[in-house]
Design a protein around this ligand. Sequence first.
Ligand code: FCB
Length: 471
Amino acid sequence: MANDASAVSDVISPVVPKGSLADPFTPPADSALWRKNFLLGAATASYQIEGAVDEDGRLSSIWDTFSAIPGKVLAGDTGAVACDHYHRWEADIEMLASLGLEGYRLSIAWPRVMDAAGVPNRKGLDFYKRLLNRLKEKGITTFVTLYHWDLPQHLEDRGGWLNRDTAYRFADYADLMSRELAGTVDAWATLNEPWCSAYLGYGNGHHAPGLANDRFATQAMHHLLLAHGLAVPVLRANDPASQKGIVANIGRGTPNSDSAADQRAAHLFEVQHNAWILDPLLKGSYPQDLFELWPGTEPLVLDGDMETISAPLDFLGINYYFRTNVASDGAHGFRDVPLEGVERTQMGWEVYPDGLRDLLTGFKKTYHNLPPIYITENGMASDDQVTDGHVDDTQRISFLKRHLAAVDQAIKAGVDIRGYFLWSLMDNFEWAFGYERRFGVVHVDYSTQKRTVKHSAELVAKFLKERKARA
Ligand code: FCB
């Protein structure tokens, strides 16, 4: 989640020992991961991998604009070329299939498929049709996210997510896509991580479009959730056989001490990261504590909006990366207190698998109508190098094993979790961190576009092969 620069301390080397067991990945025999119907896949997003930003009539997005502003993205990187997936998609799907991955979560670039007047762009649509048809031919389950942050710039020019009209434009876009792509999509996710779009985009300005105002963040969130709510019935009408859901990033906040103030701080952290999104979706209301944290920021909500937003979902996508240790800031809120001596990744994020389990089991208690869950992103960045044709990503292997164990524990505690997507299939444009942070299970050499399967991907593939053989 949250590629928030403020969460990044100095890059700390992993404390996981190098080179250990022969197969440090395979889950234990009693793990739910052995179940044939537990979907294991990988995820990507359009702006992070496609490149070809000026091709076939694609319009500009807020990330093209933002990444062109000096200082916004590390090393001045942009998604102009990225993994050149727009041209290399066939080989990339071959690679995905050769790893035995059963699911693929991708996103559609809104600026590729329709113009400012809503006129479909055939060439852009054809790209996704070819891609999805090929995935279906390969027997891969397809999860398609409609909005993974690349808002058309022409909509931002009219206020972006601060403008209620963007929610209606999103429903039009969902209508076009579900009419065009029905039958090739197994599951539609309306939005990826509205927290990041609203807070990083409009609240602290670390992401496109780069605005920084808490009141903007709550209003942008409301319009994002409204967009989701307006799109769901459209998707249902056009493509009844598929599942409909949304993807939320979730954050674990733990108190720095037993003091009531720090406990409250941890609670508020989770309200801001989780309940802000999940309460409107699953309870039909915003958590009032949010406005204790940000007094006076209540969004403008029109009659009927909360009913639209809280329409039932077929699934909830959950993205989890790390925990944040917090203390009271002495006023209304919380402040981060980074723990010393803990394992961290190349992002500086703490490796904390228990957070995933604890949040999931907590949601089951809080939300009586919690839909079936897919972990739609989980993974880590490391400074991976290719040596003699191999990438030894030991920390990632251990990370994945421990997080999959946390998923298994949550399943055993009664949470209905149906699948898990690695973030990410391949190294890619990591938003404000550009190409330096490598999240892939496949390495990308950006000077040649050569893909090299990392050791983690080999072990996942080995497990999937074994699981298939046993079925
Ligand atoms: C999530 C994003 C995804 C990726 C990971 C690391 O916040 O959804 O695109 O950047 O973080």
